[in-house]
Design a protein around this ligand. Sequence first.
Ligand code: TNX
Length: 522
Amino acid sequence: MALGSRIGWYLLIAVGLATAQLATTAISAGTAPDAITITAPARTIVPAPDFRVNGAGAYLFTAGSAITAPSVAAPVAHYLQQLLGPLTGATVPLSPHGDVHLELDPGHPAGGYDLTVRPSGIWMTANDAAGLFDGVQTLRQLLPATAQHSIPAVASTTISDHPRFAYRGAMLDVARHFFGATEVKRYIDDLAMIKINVLHLHLSDDQGWRIAIDGWPRLTDVGGSSQVGGGGGGYYTQDEYRDIVAYAASRYITIVPEIDMPGHTNAALASYAELDCDGQARALYRGTNVGFSSLCVGKEITYSFVAEVIRQLAALTPGPWIHLGGDESSSTSRDDYIAFVNRASALVAGQGKTVIGWHDIGWASALPRGTVGEYWDFTTPRGASTVLAQRLIRGGGKLIMAPANVAYLDMEYYRGARLGTDWAQGPTTIQESYLWDPAKIIPGVGDDDILGVEAPLWSETFSTLDDLEWMAFPRIVSVAEIGWSMRATRNFAEFAPRLGAFGAYLSAAGVDYYRAPGVPWQ
Ligand code: TNX
């Protein structure tokens, strides 16, 4: 149906059936039809915006609607057109004189956006296109989730919003089970909905090596051929990887590549015998143990290998960060670990990139200044993790907070669940995933020391996109809100209905999420 006739149809419904469920009209006695007031429900948003006041009436997308955007924001305008298509039944055109305004303002603070919706139009302002993209994600939740039983109307509102942290991350383990470019792109689309702006890809582990490195073909021919439990594994060619990076950039998401070292390296050690201290290639590994492998720290070939991998990864990475892992290296002596991380991190810095490592790299003695630590211990730290995290901060770096007992998406939702694990004080409920604060974990580490938050999804227990999304949603929405929303205190009773309403948007996007108890899913 053409947009005009469909919109005409909406107005007929609006006038004729003032009781329509999701869109009602208020026509006071004696007013002319052109004074019809469209109303729409004041829909809620996750992550919660900073500031919001609702007004009267609503903006209705009609055949006369058009989007006005500066050329640098054209990708955002196209993305908005794609979102609107299924809701309006036609393409909302771009025009220099539209009533849906996407505006860039160099005076607007970096990060965040302002959004005003009135019956006469929509105005969105941000410092850059990424800010407008976040605003479009808000607008998406102000629209109905689907065209069924609803008209494409947005209730009048004024929102001023900006993120608490610059880094709002998700991590996907493509090593334990491989996920191809199509699946990763789909996850990127899911993440964009909740204003996550970093996807960290765990590209290597004992069970598989997933990125082609020129000159080292056995890494993928051999190391890429296995995964947990059997099956063929897989890997990205450099072109496929570039395509993922570009797709993520079109959603204003930065890819952080991780090659985990010096432990978690069995797949590399199975590929090249010379990387083993005894010169014997390891067998491929399909189990789920950790801590049994190590690159040979004393051999120079190890550093030629690491240098080449980092050089090629840096060339594939427009973003500022390279993650070198460093967790659970329990087969590497402490002295060897320190020597290795000192050298590997210098190689990353030599490529002009900022090092990220799991907080264990705090043991190293010569990290490049500004090295970022990813904290994975619990919300009540154990052992050395507090000291390691504090050392990283003293080195001029910041922390990414990913406490395993609340932020790990691979923890089971409930005891005996079909998927997931429980080592980090699991099961982890939706309530637990929401009720924590990154600035209340490590003594002396507050907002200024924190780059952001991350929700890691380790893939030992699943291999399909459906299962991936079921593990990620809804708990990742908690982490997204903790990373975005300014509030440092959280009330689950206030979050739950907003999360429940978001369920309709996940369903509309085809995401099969876990209907966690305690949430009024719509
Ligand atoms: C710990 S915590 C790991 C991963 C596992 C994960 C499973 C950390 C940095 N490493 O090797 O996949 O637990 O939950």
